[in-house]
Design a protein. Structure first.
Length: 143
């Protein structure tokens, strides 16, 4: 197959779970083909670079085969190549870590697990090995 619709292709290679979600991403302006904004009916061909913006990261994929039928997860590597830059993954990791500090309004109280993760993140590493057990009573006896 030489060409395929962008929404079907993204669904077929498992970038999006459903075609409806892929179409919505196109409508919201989150899909680019070779740097140009793409509508859902736009066709892709082998060699095209697709950029998918899933805030805060912009993923980039190179089309190796244009397909419209969904394939198994093991075959996805034959249909596309992930060319996302490493700095995007660093951005994703930073947002994942800092998500505990800037909690979104309306998300409720942090769970016990959230609190422990936050404490682990905010506690300096040098404080872990520091012994806080002081012997003030022994010093007072010597005087």
């Amino acid at each position: 197959m030489g060409e395929a619709r962008i929404d079907k292709w993204m669904w077929a290679v498992r970038i999006f779970k459903t075609r409806t979600i892929a179409v919505e991403a196109c409508k919201k302006g989150r899909i680019f083909i070779n740097g140009a904004l793409a509508k859902a009916a736009r066709t892709v061909k082998p060699g095209d670079v697709i950029q998918v913006r899933k805030p805060p990261v912009t993923y980039s994929f190179k089309v190796l085969q244009a397909i419209e039928k969904r394939v198994g997860a093991k075959l996805v590597s034959e249909m596309m190549e992930n060319v996302t830059t490493p700095d995007q993954y660093e951005l994703l990791e930073m947002s994942r870590v800092s998500g505990f500090i800037d909690r979104a309004k309306g998300t409720g109280r942090p769970t016990k697990r959230d609190r422990r993760t936050l404490e682990e993140f905010t506690t300096p590493e040098f404080m872990d090995d520091f012994d806080f057990d002081f012997d003030f009573e022994e010093e007072n006896k010597d005087k």
